[in-house]
Design a protein around this ligand. Structure first.
Ligand SMILES: [Zn+2]
Ligand SMILES: [Zn+2]
Length: 274
């Protein structure tokens, strides 16, 4: 670890590199765990996707380097300069603020993702950047961070910026990052981990799980949200759940890899593609 007499640039580079390694490890741990679970719950679901998974891992490692850089800079300025609004004393703000702050972070992240994601479906941006993510047909537990570097940049800056503006306890920041990790992986996993009772409930009408995000990977022109269906409902882009997922049953043989090899890479023409 660099000490207090380390040149600033070296300290910042070290912080960014170390955080990128942590992000990559988090990816391998989370995607590896849910990939293992998939093999137990839906044996053979990824059998025909070995080369796709190799590509997803390569893009995800690039994404980890990009995500780790602003996060590392933010962590360094928090520890060394106290610049951020991250606090460690539970009594510094009212206790009711703890869950509220986590919700605010998730909602802002969801809003940012919805609109940048819709922008990524504009044909030029789609070709340049977002096609990488949609090349996963169908997605797997390893797709969670499979982004072109342009798209990674848009995702990487938000939370490191937000911590300078909205106060959050370090534990709640951990909760937010935990939710981001788990939902990012499970939403691409190809099967629904949450109970049908929740997915089809009044609450499920507002939450995004694999059944909802898989529909985005099938249809391209709908279901752009990250955690909540708020913006999709408000903007008329919510087209419900994937029949492939909601129709599948535990222990059923894995459906053959669903998407034909000739599937188009560009989004079908539609309101978001114009
Ligand atoms: Zn996706
Ligand atoms: Zn998309």
């Amino acid at each position: 670890m660099p000490g207090s007499d380390t040149p600033l640039l070296v300290a910042l580079l070290f912080a960014s590199f170390a955080t990128s390694v942590m992000v990559a490890l988090r990816y391998f741990l989370a995607s590896g765990l849910f990939s293992w679970l998939t093999e137990r719950v839906r044996p053979g679901l990824y059998a025909q996707q070995r080369s796709q998974i190799r590509r997803e891992i390569a893009w995800s490692l690039t994404a980890a380097a990009i995500y780790g850089t602003p996060a590392g800079l933010m962590l360094w300025s928090w520890r060394n300069l106290g610049w951020t609004q991250v606090y460690t004393d539970f009594t510094a703000l009212p206790l009711w603020y703890l869950p509220l702050s986590a919700f605010v972070y998730l909602f802002v992240q969801d809003t940012w993702f919805y609109w940048t994601h819709r922008a990524m479906h504009e044909p030029r941006l789609f070709r340049i950047a977002h096609a990488v993510h949609h090349k996963s047909r169908p997605p797997t537990a390893w797709t969670a961070m499979s982004f072109h570097w342009v798209e990674s940049l848009t995702g990487a800056i938000l939370i490191p910026l937000l911590v300078f503006i909205v106060p959050i306890h370090i534990a709640m920041l951990g909760v937010v990052l935990g939710i981001a990790t788990i939902m990012g992986v499970t939403n691409h996993m190809g099967w629904e981990i949450f109970p049908r009772r929740l997915v089809h409930s009044a609450l499920g009408h507002w939450l995004i799980t694999a059944s909802h995000h898989e529909k985005h990977h099938e249809d391209y022109r709908c279901n752009f949200g990250l955690y909540f269906r708020f913006w999709d409902h408000l903007c008329g882009t919510d087209r419900g759940l994937s029949r492939r997922i909601t129709g599948a049953r535990r222990g059923a043989p894995a459906p053959a890899t669903v998407a034909p090899k000739t599937a188009p890479l560009a989004p079908p023409r539609g309101p978001e593609a114009s």
